[in-house]
Unconditional design. Structure first.
Length: 175
């Protein structure tokens, strides 16, 4: 579950780019020589220092355009859950993030890599049923082919487990 400890970063087009800690966001806002972010939305919680009080950043934007060749989306559990919209990629049912596990489409024991193109999120029963087989060998069908997202895959389908402040911004950017 994403919490108010996380800050969503949008790229220059307003598309989700990354998820960082609020501490990293604040550091990027106040870098004396080279500010990286600007604030788009805030949480209600205040952050205080002896000289300043600000609200915790919920959504920030990048000040500069990204070099499209120099960026690759990090492979991690949050990004996988977002890409697969917190749904099992075999039975299609939505699950709480903690109820889903990684499944290697091409089995790990046969050399299957841990990457976007070979991993999908699966519920316990489907992952157990597939075991160390390929989906074809297990008689199971993937709902979607695993892929490397070009941007952070936050969508309306993930709204039930992302912070309210993010959904408000994302709805506005989709309009």
């Amino acid at each position: 579950m994403l919490t108010t400890s996380n800050t969503l970063v949008l790229d220059h087009r307003g598309w989700p780019h990354d998820i960082i800690t609020w501490q990293d966001a604040v550091t990027g806002l106040f870098d004396q020589n080279n500010a990286i972010y600007y604030v788009i939305a805030e949480y209600d919680e205040e952050l205080r220092s002896p000289s300043i009080t600000i609200k915790k950043p919920a959504v920030v934007g990048l000040v500069r355009k990204l070099d499209k060749f120099g960026w690759k989306l990090a492979f991690n559990r949050i990004n996988m859950l977002l890409r697969d919209a917190s749904h099992c990629q075999y039975c299609g049912q939505p699950f709480a993030p903690k109820e889903l596990t990684y499944d290697h489409v091409f089995p790990k024991w046969r050399g299957g890599r841990r990457c976007y193109e070979n991993i999908v999120m699966a519920c316990g029963p489907c992952n157990h049923r597939k075991a160390g087989l390929t989906p074809e060998q297990a008689g199971m069908k993937l709902l979607s082919k695993p892929y490397l997202p070009r941007t952070l895959p936050v969508s309306a389908k993930s709204e039930h487990w992302i912070p309210r402040e993010w959904t408000e911004v994302l709805r506005g950017s989709a309009a």
